[in-house]
Design a protein. Structure first.
Lengths: 194, 184
């Protein structure tokens, strides 16, 4: 800029001191009017790193856990992965209105007519039967090694959770390990001495 | 843009690229969801039977029977769960639905804590009555027609209390599902 140049010719900068850290003074810093440009490269590098981080941590898989209000419990154990990671775990979501969501499919166990309920239960049963049929997931006794986690809403009627357990105990499926997903209440004055 | 002569240095304006990168970051920030499931309670079903049939070997083992009923189930605001323990004790759980704001749930949890403390005392007394027999098991029964309407939150609170007093052998009993236990 013209004014910039003219200012530079007019102002006399003091003689610059020796160029090592111990003797560097404030007079070395850029003065107003100097032509400075920020090197953008490090900022762009960090921005790319951020983008890569977010891209890697995004979960694009089908939602296995529906957002439900889990029941409160104090004695729940931390949901650690199973000791044998080759055995999957089936997560059965139970919504407050009695709809079951399992592996992306919905079954309305609370349909109006009993025939519709039976049909929904039958469909759930056949789906469970087909995906638990693999013999590597069965004990020598025939019981299934796969646990089922009932991820239910706290307001869902208990009979629907019972229906799910009854379907799991069917002789073709024989899933006997059942877990209930719970959440610990926030510990403030509401929780008392236990 | 068209009049670039050979040998001239060209500068690229970085600003649009940085704008797009910031847009990308904001997009990923908004769509990022950390999947967590807090905790769980294990309730393994016995392997030798379905959930509804008691084998003979169980008939002589000491048990505590907890029957649950949902009373006034037509009116959600006044509906409550009644827990009958061995037909000798009755505990009434707080009324109203589980849905609510954080403040509602705080008050509910406090009320539930008191009710569960009662149940805990009853269970401890029952266990002492059988001289702490390790074969003592609990049975949560939800009979028709009102038993199945009990919210899962209430039954889980009972499970929670049973685990807290150390009674981890729990059976469930209830009405068979539509189509029967074996289904069609």
């Amino acid at each position: 800029m013209d004014t910039n140049e003219s200012r530079q010719t007019i102002r006399a900068r003091p003689a610059s001191p020796p160029d090592d850290d111990a003797t560097r003074t404030r007079r070395d810093l850029p003065l107003v009017g100097d032509d400075t440009s920020v090197n953008m490269t490090p900022m762009i590098d960090m921005t790319f790193l951020l983008v890569v981080f977010f891209m890697l941590s995004i979960d694009l898989t089908q939602k296995e856990y529906l957002p439900v209000d889990l029941p409160f419990a104090y004695e729940g154990v931390e949901d650690l992965p199973q000791p044998d990671e080759t055995i999957p775990r089936f997560v059965v979501n139970l919504e407050s209105d009695g709809t079951v969501m399992f592996k992306g499919r919905r079954y309305s166990l609370s349909a109006d007519r009993p025939e519709a309920q039976e049909a929904a239960l039958g469909a759930l049963r056949s789906q469970l039967r087909s995906i638990s049929a693999d013999p590597q997931y069965r004990e020598p006794t025939g019981a299934s090694r796969i646990p089922v986690l009932i991820h239910g809403d706290r307001a869902a009627k208990w009979k629907y959770a019972q229906y799910v357990m009854q379907v799991c105990a069917h002789p073709d499926i024989r899933i006997y390990q059942v877990q209930f997903a719970v959440t610990k209440p926030a510990s403030d004055d509401a929780s008392e001495e236990r | 843009m068209v009049d670039i002569k050979e040998g001239e240095e060209t500068e690229m304006n970085m600003t649009p690229m940085i704008d797009i990168v910031f847009q990308l970051i904001i997009f990923f920030l908004i769509t990022l969801k950390f999947k967590t499931i807090d905790e769980r309670i294990d309730a393994n079903m016995p392997k030798d039977r379905g959930p509804n049939i008691t084998p003979p070997s169980f008939e002589d083992k000491p048990k505590v029977k907890l029957k649950v009923f949902r009373k006034n189930k037509a009116d959600e605001a006044t509906a409550y769960t009644l827990v009958k323990i061995d037909n000798s004790h009755r505990v009434r759980l707080p009324s109203g639905p589980w849905k609510g704001t954080q403040e509602d749930n705080q008050a509910r949890l406090k009320a539930y804590g008191e009710a569960m403390a009662q149940i805990r005392a009853i269970l401890i007394a029952k266990r002492q009555a059988v001289l702490n027999d390790p074969e003592l098991y609990a049975e949560i029964v939800s009979p028709k027609p009102d038993g199945g309407a009990v919210p899962e939150g209430d039954v889980i609170s009972l499970l929670d209390t049973l685990v807290a007093v150390g009674m981890t052998d729990i059976r469930f009993e209830g009405a068979a599902m539509p189509g029967g236990v074996l289904g069609r």
